[in-house]
Design a protein around this ligand. Sequence first.
Ligand SMILES: *Cc1c(COP(=O)(O)O)cnc(C)c1O
Length: 361
Amino acid sequence: MSRAFNFSAGPATLPESVLRQAQAEMLEWRDSGASIVEHSHRGAEFIAVAAEAEADLRTLMAIPDDYAVLFLGGGATTQQALIPLNFAAAGQTVDYVVTGHWSKTAIKQAKPYVAVNTAASGEAGGFRDIPARDTWQLSKDAAYVHITANETIHGVEYRDVPDVGDVPLVADFSSSIASEPVDVSKYAVIYAGAQKNLGPVGVTVVIVRRDLLERAGQNRADIFDYRSHLKGESMLNTPPTWNWYMLGLNVKWMLAEGGVAEFARRNAEKAALLYSAIDGSGGYYRNEVAPAVRSRMNVPFFLHDEALDKPFLSEAKATGLMALKGHRALGGMRASIYHAMPVEGAKALADFMQDFKQRHG
Ligand SMILES: *Cc1c(COP(=O)(O)O)cnc(C)c1O
């Protein structure tokens, strides 16, 4: 067996030790007579797994007690529709800052329910930068401001928390959650699909300040109501138990490795390796994102000649570097370097890039 360095944007690589533990526990979880996937979500076994995952995530991210943590199905995209339904009145104005593909998705999901004001957009500049805070046109009575902390496709990432005063700040952290120490109290809502930085696809984490849950929101079914999910301890219906369990193993692994401070260090090191391979290539490779907001999680880059894309991908694959093809919206390449990608993986890619340039230059 030879596992490649997997640069997939999501579902993404997971730590080998976590996969091995899941494998070892697949047939029977801790002398319980059955796999955790086969236990009722209402049974003592799964309830313990769920509670431990929440406690560990709270420790990992230093989530204050006045925040609820939900583990839901539906992915980040579903939250993009539930957020306006839960936190804004019908037709109320909400502010969105557009920094790439996923900000646009968020608007698309919100539009049926609220009046979306695009407070700022980086689209005219090809999403190569984040509009400066002082250019944002925030509304007077917005229910909230929505940002995308890291744009997984365009490779731009906020490097500080924008000040929006007392208006609740809602952030899509799908591709950068727990990647560095974050002051959760600066946000009203943090949400993230697990499949990039926290585990397998199928479970979505929603961290929400409890006072926000007192908002009336809009007429909605119980299953679309965050309050009901909280009351039901994220088990209003059958939750994605296996994914939740896997997320728990992954969070435990992150804690054992040194927590978010250590991952911040590794993530910065990996990103620096790749950006310096690009910037030091004399134009052979290029990334056009403003250096101050380059993503530490997703590194999109282009070869100087598109005709080299195919050999680059096939030779990379033969070297054990997989899933480097860029998103179809942008073309080129993209290296996603989430928590489970070791520094050696980024080193191997940087070395391969230099070697490829020498051979094809
Ligand atoms: C992947 C991603 C999404 C979509 O997540 P789903 O779980 O597929 O709905 C949304 N926002 C960002 C920033 C993402 O990276």
